[in-house]
Design a protein. Structure first.
Length: 104
């Protein structure tokens, strides 16, 4: 029962925090500079999550040709740049990683 209480309270707190931002952004006029700065939050967070997985797969900096994650990431970056399609980018990265791991 204790774990369920923790999960429910955590969910309620998360919901409350997100709802408060939605409510506040609907009530107050946000300055243009803040809106412009907030546009960079998702790419920054995504980069902070993905970069260590690509550059440090074994908790050490790995920039050689045996780093298949880095090579698959490069393929995904090229596909994203050329197609601007998120699903195709993810699929290309996964397929590239699988091929590199199986072939090499």
């Amino acid at each position: 029962m204790n774990i369920w209480l923790v999960m429910l309270l955590g969910g309620a707190l998360t919901f409350g925090m997100r709802l408060s931002f939605i409510y506040l952004f609907g009530r107050f006029e946000i300055p243009a500079t803040v809106k412009q700065a907030l546009r960079f939050v998702p790419p920054a967070v995504l980069s902070a999550i993905i970069a260590p997985a690509l550059f440090m797969p074994n908790n050490t900096l790995d920039l050689n040709w045996n780093n298949y994650r880095l090579m698959a990431g490069a393929v995904a970056i090229l596909v994203a740049w050329r197609t601007k399609n998120t699903l195709l980018t993810i699929l290309a990265g996964i397929i590239a990683l699988l091929i590199l791991q199986v072939v090499f």
